[in-house]
Design a protein around this ligand. Structure first.
Ligand code: PMP
Length: 387
């Protein structure tokens, strides 16, 4: 089979597998005895590894169950900064955020504005400024802005550092969902100057069940934990730490970063091979986001008239795992809201996402190109009959 759906989840990295297995039997990290201290050491080692992978200090890392939880934890009005304990009074989200941001935020009845995306898949700084201006008209003075670093469907990299500069100048704070960036492009939370950064273990070769929220230097406290209890993770996320998942996350993060930039060059070469192969067969197919800076591993291809849901099944039956738009919404293959937001509503149900990883082979790429030939041939056949 060919697995070309790394943006949905990456295969478990060998180093992560070893770390998970070694931690399965761990004690409770909060226990004072030797067994507890050993478990604590595993968690703190992983914290240091994740921190180092993103240019943070271990103290800045809050472990969660995954990125969905980290996004929900971050997107609350109850964020205290060193010089301002008053709550955030409005939210800006980009139009292409993951559902765990769009539906998972905790702003309730407070104003929420959307920053538009352009046809290249980029959330321009000006779009965020426009959304901030609309919030300001509603009297908001302490906005929180959530813009992802790289889109999960198109791979397009967003101008987060420029956005952060504008938002901070306007008295706001910035949350960045960096889930798809880890291990694919250099990720430095200091350079981004973000206040809250979301990471996910299983997108970077770690096991499912772990993620992290990175608290930037401006953040002194999140006053609205999702899970209260024993005060673990700086009192922000209670519950006995998932030691095996966290240990695997740390190992995966370290391995992912160690293999950049060689892995990026490899993924980019495979992506080019795939894009060229697909275009040879269907010259009218559109490569979404190709004009913008993109992750090296992601290829979103739209073909007018193609039923993406059916195509995904055809690929699967022929041994190729890919996805159509939002694979993350539990089994549903719906039209892609990201493609629609980019201004191509007619292609939202006709877009396929191919995503590769460092372990992808040329044989897998060629297999996908072969299936594409069949899928495009069948479409041409149907359209010929219809004409
Ligand atoms: N954000 C983005 C950009 C994602 O792609 C995903 C996974 N589809 C998530 C958040 C949610 O991650 P998790 O599976 O760790 O909850």
């Amino acid at each position: 089979r060919a697995y070309l759906d790394w943006n949905a989840t990456a295969p478990l990295h060998e180093a992560a597998r070893a770390a998970v297995l070694a931690a399965l039997d761990a004690g409770n990290p909060s226990s004072v005895h030797a067994e507890g201290r050993e478990a604590r050491a595993l968690v703190e080692r992983a914290r240091a590894e994740v921190a180092a992978a993103v240019g943070a200090t271990p103290r800045q890392i809050v472990f969660t169950s995954g990125a969905t939880e980290a996004n929900a934890l971050a997107l609350t009005p109850a964020i205290e900064t060193a010089d301002d304990a008053a709550p955030r009074d409005g939210l800006v989200v980009s139009a292409i955020e993951h559902p765990s941001v769009l539906r998972g935020h905790r702003f309730g009845a407070l104003p929420v504005e959307t920053a538009a995306v352009d046809r290249a898949g980029v959330v321009e700084v000006a779009a965020v400024e426009g959304a901030l201006a609309r919030l300001a008209e509603k009297g908001c003075r302490r906005p929180l802005v959530s813009v992802m670093l790289a889109n999960n469907e198109t791979g397009v990299i967003q101008p987060v550092a420029g956005i952060a500069e504008r938002v901070h100048a306007a008295g706001g704070l910035v949350h960045v969902d960096a889930v798809q960036a880890l291990g694919r492009i250099p990720l430095d939370v200091r350079a981004l100057d973000a206040d809250l950064v979301t990471l996910s273990s299983h997108k970077a070769g770690g096991p499912k069940g772990a993620g992290a929220l990175v608290l930037g230097p401006r953040i002194s406290h999140l006053a609205a934990p999702l899970i209260a209890g024993g005060g673990q993770e700086r009192g922000v996320r209670a519950g006995t730490e998932a030691v095996p998942a966290i240990a695997g996350f740390g190992a995966a993060a370290a391995a992912a970063v160690a293999s950049l930039p060689a892995a990026a060059a490899r993924m980019s070469g495979l992506r080019t091979r795939l894009a060229e192969g697909l275009h040879r067969i269907a010259p009218f197919a559109v490569e979404l986001g190709a004009e913008a800076p993109r992750l090296p591993n992601t290829l979103a291809v739209a073909l007018a008239g193609l039923a993406a849901e059916t195509a995904v099944i055809a690929f699967d039956l022929n041994g190729v795992a890919i996805s159509a738009g939002s694979a993350c919404s539990s089994g549903k293959v719906a039209a892609s809201p990201v493609v629609a937001a980019m201004g191509f509503p007619e292609l939202a149900g006709s877009t396929l996402r191919f995503s590769v990883g460092p372990a992808t082979t040329e044989a897998e790429i060629d297999r996908a190109i072969g299936v594409w030939q069949t899928v495009v041939g069948a479409l041409a056949n149907r359209q010929g009959k219809a004409a």
